[in-house]
Design a protein around this ligand. Structure first.
Ligand SMILES: [Zn+2]
Length: 229
């Protein structure tokens, strides 16, 4: 009987202590076991979870969101090399993330950084001014959902098959202009440009050197076949 009483008493004390602990936590929400990785503050709050269920917290001082015990903090050089190869194979980002085990957001960031490091104007081998012929075309793809269309504008040199201009954007005249201004100067000044009948080209390429043609003429075969498979 006494043993039972002691048990009940100790259970009661335990509950009471737990209660004090949790009210202390509520009274001082700054107390957290995990400091913010950016500013070191302990003033953090729960902030949902990642797509694979890891709890996230957010720093109340600097706003940084972070994952508790992230499992892939550093990506090895070997893994990055593999990712580079997979990117060249045009495999989807989600596919690459699944296969290599990196997080999707890390990969998106990695690709964005690579993209911003690419020079906007391509360097081409020295060209003589006569007889330059280019072919331009645009294809579209979608980002996230079919509503968000992105057009890839490309220009190639017909004789060398070099891609000499590229622009990503919508299908507007502004984008055609950006494609044209991405061409090395010698092409902007001298090249004859074959395009489809999309009217944005007309207002951007000088009329004397612009040939708008249908696919059946074969004049845009190279770009259709080789650059935009
Ligand atoms: Zn912080």
């Amino acid at each position: 009987m006494i043993a039972l009483f002691i048990n009940i008493f100790s259970w009661f004390v335990k509950c009471w202590l737990n209660n004090i602990e949790s009210t202390e936590q509520n009274a001082h929400p700054k107390i957290s076991l995990l400091p913010c990785p950016r500013c070191g503050s302990y003033h953090t709050i729960k902030n949902g979870s990642t797509h694979n269920g890891k709890p996230k917290r957010q720093c109340k001082d600097c706003g940084r969101q972070f994952v508790i015990n992230p499992n892939n903090q550093t990506i090895s050089t070997e893994k990055k090399q593999l990712i580079n190869k997979l990117l060249l194979e045009r495999i989807s980002l989600r596919g690459i993330a699944r296969v290599t085990g990196v997080s999707w957001s890390w990969l998106q960031n990695y690709v964005n950084n690579k993209f911003s490091a690419v020079p906007r104007q391509v360097r081409v081998s020295e060209k003589s001014k006569g007889n330059l012929i280019i072919e331009c075309d645009e294809m579209w793809s979608f980002v996230f959902c079919k509503k968000i269309k992105v057009f890839i504008w490309l220009a190639i040199d017909r004789s060398t098959r070099e891609i000499i201009g590229c622009y990503l954007g919508d299908r507007s005249r502004q984008s055609a202009k950006k494609l044209y201004s991405s061409l090395p100067l010698v092409y902007q000044q001298c090249a004859i440009a074959y395009t489809d009948f999309w009217e944005s080209y007309k207002t951007v390429i000088p009329r004397k050197r612009h040939r708008a043609v249908g696919k059946e003429t074969g004049q845009t075969n190279h770009i259709v076949r080789e650059a935009l498979p």
